[in-house]
Design a protein. Structure first.
Lengths: 365, 322
C-alpha cells in the first residue's frame, strides 16, 4: 500500500540506479569542468599573446609558476590559507542567507587585535600565539555582533550596514597604526616586528606557517557546525526559507546575530594570519579587498565548507601565477586582472549550469 | 581654523553647492542600482561600469576634442559592460554577484591597460587633453538671492542627475514598462505567466542601470575632476548600492540617501581643516549612515506596530458590533 512495502530487492535496485546516475553526473561534470578550464586558459593565452612580446614565457609563468619551486609552493599555500579562512567566513553568512560583507572589516579588527597582543603583551611561547589568535577571533566575533544585532532588532539592511562598518574598521586600524603602533622613527607606516613568541612557526624553508593547519581545522569545525549540530541545522533552515524556519519555531533573530558573529572567527583569524604569519608586523592597507576574493572562493565552492579549501587553492594558484607572470615576464597586473576576471566568468557560468542540472533531477544538494 | 570657522563654512553657500557636486556621482549609479534591484537583478558591477565610463569619456573627448562625443562614448561603453554582465548571468547563468565582481575586475584592469596603451602612464590621464561637460548658468536661478549661487553654475551632469530622479520615478511608477519591470522583480514566475518576457526585462533593467552608472562615471572624470585616475571611483558604486537600500528602494528615498552621503562627505572635508586625525573625520559619513539605518528601521517598526494595533482594534470593534 505504501512505499514502505517495496521489497528489499527493489530498494537495492533503486539504490544501484541512483548510484549509477550519480556516477554519470559526476563524470559529465568533470568533463565540463575540464572543457571550461581549457576554454578559460585559451582565452587567457589569447590575451597574453596580444599584449606580450614573449607570450609563451609569460603564460608558462602563469600556469606553472606557483609550483616551479619549493618557496613558490609555500607562497601559494600561504595565500590559500588566507583565502580559505575568508571563504569560510563568507560561506557561513551566505548559508544563512545573510549578505554580510563584513569579512573585510573583521579581518582588519582581527589583524589589529593580533598585532596589539603580539607587540605589547609579552607571554611565554605557546601561550602568546594562542592569545594572539584568540584575540583576533574574539575581535571578529564581537564586530559581527553589531550588524547582526542591528538587523535582528531594527531590521537594518546588512549589506548597507556591513559596507559602512567595513570602512569604519579600516579607518580605526589606520588611526591606531599611524598614531600609536607605528614607532615615530619608522620610514613606512608600519609597526615594529611582533615579539618572536607571537610569530606563527613556519615549515622549514617555506612560507607555509601554522595557520595552514588552523585553516584546515576551521574547515572541519565549520562543517561539523553546519551539518552535525542542531544549531547548524537552524542556520541552514533560515537560509533555505526564513518564513518556514520561523513558523517551525526556529529563533531566526538569534540565528541572524550568531551567523554574522561566528563568521567573524575565521575572518578575524585571516587577519591574525596576515599579521602573525605573513607580514609579522602591522602594515598599512593589509588587505585591499581580500574579502571580495573570499566571496569568489565561497561562491565557487557553492558555500560548502569542505569545498572551500579546494577552490581557495585553485584561486590562489591563479593569483600567485599572476604575480609571477608580472615579475618574470613584465605582463602588468592589469592584464592579470583581466585574465582572472575572464576565468571567473567562464568558470562560474559552468558551475552554475551543473548545479541547475542537479536540482532538475531532484538530487539533494 | 576654529570650530566656529568650520560651522560658518558649513552654513555657507559653497558648502551646499559642494554637497550637490559630491552627491551626484553617488546619486546617478544609485538610481541605476535601484532600477536593476527592482527588476530582481542586483548590480554589483556599478563600480566597474562607472570606471569604464569615466575612462571612455576622457579618452574619447581627448581624441575627438568634443565633450559630447566623450559622453556618448561613455554611455555606449557602460551599455556594453552591462550587456556583458547580463549575458553572463541571463544566458550563461553565472552567479550574478560573482559575475558582477568579475566585471569590476575587468573594468579595473581594462581601464589601466587602455590608459597605459594610450598614454604610457598607469596612474592618470593628465597627458591627455580631455574636455569636461559644460558648466551651466541657469538664467532665472542665477538671480535668486540665496539659492542662486547654489543652484546655478554647476556641471551639466549635476542637473541631469537630479532630473533623473523624476525620470526614474515616472518610468517606474507611471509607465507600462516600469510596472512590468517591478513585476519581474517582485515575482518573476507570476510575471512570466502574465506574458512578460522576464529575461528581456532584466536585460533592459541592467542596461538602464549601466547607463545611469555611466552618467555618474562621466561626471567623475568630466566634471567632478577633469581627468581619469586609476580606480578613481573608489567604492562609490558600492556606496550607491547602500544608498538604494538606505533609501527604502524608492527614487526619492535614494535621492535623500545620496544627499546624506554627499553632506557627510563634504562635512568630512570641512572638518579636515581642524587638527583632527583625518581617519576620525573619514569615519563620519559611514557612522552617520549606520545611525540613519537604525533610525529608519526603528521608525518603520513603530509604524508597523501602530498599523497592527489599529487593525486589532478594528477587529475587536467589528466583533463587538457583529
Amino acid at each position: 500500500m505504501t512505499v514502505e512495502a517495496a521489497s528489499p530487492a527493489a530498494r537495492a535496485l533503486d539504490r544501484a540506479q541512483i548510484l549509477r546516475q550519480r556516477r554519470r553526473q559526476a563524470l559529465s561534470q568533470a568533463a565540463r569542468t575540464v572543457v571550461t578550464v581549457a576554454v578559460a586558459l585559451a582565452v587567457g593565452f589569447a590575451i597574453t599573446v596580444a599584449v606580450s612580446d614573449r607570450p609563451a614565457l609569460a603564460f608558462r609563468a602563469l600556469l606553472t609558476g606557483p609550483v616551479s619551486s619549493l618557496s613558490r609552493v609555500g607562497t601559494w599555500i600561504e595565500d590559500a590559507t588566507t583565502l580559505t579562512l575568508l571563504g569560510l567566513a563568507i560561506a557561513v553568512v551566505f548559508r544563512a542567507r545573510q549578505f554580510s560583507l563584513l569579512a573585510e572589516g573583521q579581518l582588519y579588527l582581527g589583524a589589529l587585535a593580533a598585532g596589539i597582543v603580539g607587540l605589547h603583551l609579552p607571554l611565554p611561547g605557546g601561550l602568546h600565539l594562542t592569545a594572539g589568535l584568540a584575540a583576533a577571533a574574539l575581535a571578529g566575533f564581537a564586530f559581527g555582533l553589531v550588524p547582526g544585532a542591528l538587523k535582528a532588532i531594527y531590521n537594518a539592511n546588512e549589506i548597507v550596514s556591513t559596507l559602512m562598518l567595513n570602512v569604519v574598521a579600516v579607518r580605526l586600524y589606520d588611526l591606531l597604526l599611524t598614531y600609536w603602533l607605528k614607532p615615530p622613527t619608522a620610514g613606512y607606516t608600519w609597526s615594529d616586528p611582533l615579539l618572536p613568541s607571537a610569530i606563527l612557526p613556519r615549515l622549514a624553508g617555506t612560507r607555509i606557517n601554522a595557520a595552514a593547519a588552523l585553516a584546515l581545522a576551521m574547515v572541519a569545525a565549520v562543517w561539523v557546525l553546519l551539518y552535525r549540530t542542531p544549531w547548524g541545522y537552524e542556520l541552514r533552515m533560515v537560509g533555505a526559507n526564513p518564513h518556514f524556519a520561523r513558523y517551525g519555531g526556529i529563533p531566526t533573530r538569534r540565528v541572524i546575530v550568531l551567523s554574522m558573529a561566528l563568521s567573524g572567527i575565521p575572518a578575524g583569524l585571516a587577519g591574525a594570519h596576515l599579521v602573525m604569519g605573513v607580514h609579522q608586523r602591522l602594515i598599512l592597507n593589509i588587505s585591499l579587498g581580500l574579502a571580495f576574493e573570499g566571496i569568489v572562493v565561497a561562491l565557487m565552492a557553492g558555500n560548502h565548507p569542505l569545498l572551500v579549501p579546494v577552490t581557495a587553492l585553485a584561486y590562489s594558484y591563479l593569483r600567485i601565477g599572476g604575480d609571477i607572470m608580472e615579475r618574470t615576464a613584465a605582463v602588468g597586473s592589469d592584464i592579470v586582472r583581466i585574465i582572472q576576471a575572464t576565468i571567473i566568468l567562464l568558470i562560474t557560468a559552468q558551475l552554475t549550469r551543473v548545479r541547475r542540472v542537479r536540482r532538475d533531477t531532484g538530487d539533494d544538494r | 581654523m576654529t570650530i566656529g570657522d568650520v560651522l560658518a563654512s558649513i552654513a555657507s553657500v559653497t558648502f551646499v553647492a559642494g554637497v550637490l557636486r559630491v552627491a551626484t556621482p553617488i546619486l546617478l549609479p544609485a538610481l541605476g542600482g535601484l532600477i536593476s534591484d527592482l527588476a530582481g537583478v542586483i548590480n554589483i558591477a556599478l563600480e566597474g561600469t562607472m570606471l569604464a565610463a569615466a575612462f571612455t569619456g576622457v579618452a574619447v573627448s581627448a581624441l575627438t576634442q568634443n565633450a559630447w562625443a566623450g559622453l556618448a562614448g561613455a554611455l555606449a561603453v557602460s551599455a556594453l559592460v552591462s550587456l556583458i554582465l547580463g549575458f553572463a548571468h541571463l544566458h550563461l547563468r553565472a552567479d550574478l554577484i560573482l559575475a558582477g565582481i568579475a566585471v569590476n575586475f575587468l573594468a579595473s584592469g581594462g581601464t589601466v591597460f587602455a590608459l597605459y596603451s594610450l598614454t604610457g602612464d598607469k596612474g592618470t590621464s593628465s597627458r591627455l587633453a580631455s574636455l569636461t561637460m559644460p558648466y551651466v548658468h541657469v538664467p532665472v536661478l542665477r538671480d535668486l538671492p540665496v539659492l542662486g549661487p547654489v543652484l546655478s553654475g554647476q556641471n551639466l551632469l549635476v542637473y541631469v542627475a537630479f532630473a533623473m530622479v523624476a525620470v526614474v520615478w515616472v518610468f517606474l511608477y507611471r509607465t507600462v514598462a516600469g510596472t512590468h519591470l517591478r513585476a519581474v522583480g517582485s515575482n518573476p514566475d507570476a510575471a512570466a505567466t502574465a506574458g512578460i518576457d522576464v529575461r528581456r526585462t532584466r536585460y533592459l533593467a541592467l542596461v538602464y542601470s549601466g547607463l545611469l552608472a555611466g552618467l555618474g562615471g562621466a561626471h567623475m572624470s568630466m566634471g567632478y575632476l577633469q581627468l581619469f585616475q586609476r580606480d578613481m571611483t573608489a567604492g562609490r558604486g558600492f556606496i550607491a548600492l547602500a544608498a538604494v537600500f538606505l533609501g527604502g528602494r524608492h527614487p526619492v528615498g535614494t535621492l535623500l540617501a545620496a544627499l546624506l552621503f554627499g553632506a557627510a562627505d563634504a562635512l568630512a572635508t570641512q572638518l579636515g581643516s581642524l587638527r583632527i586625525p583625518p581617519q576620525y573625520v573619514q569615519m563620519i559619513p559611514y557612522l552617520v549612515t549606520v545611525a540613519a539605518l537604525v533610525v529608519y528601521g526603528a521608525a518603520r517598526q513603530r509604524a508597523a506596530g501602530r498599523r497592527q494595533r489599529a487593525m486589532a482594534n478594528r477587529l475587536v470593534r467589528t466583533e463587538a458590533g457583529g
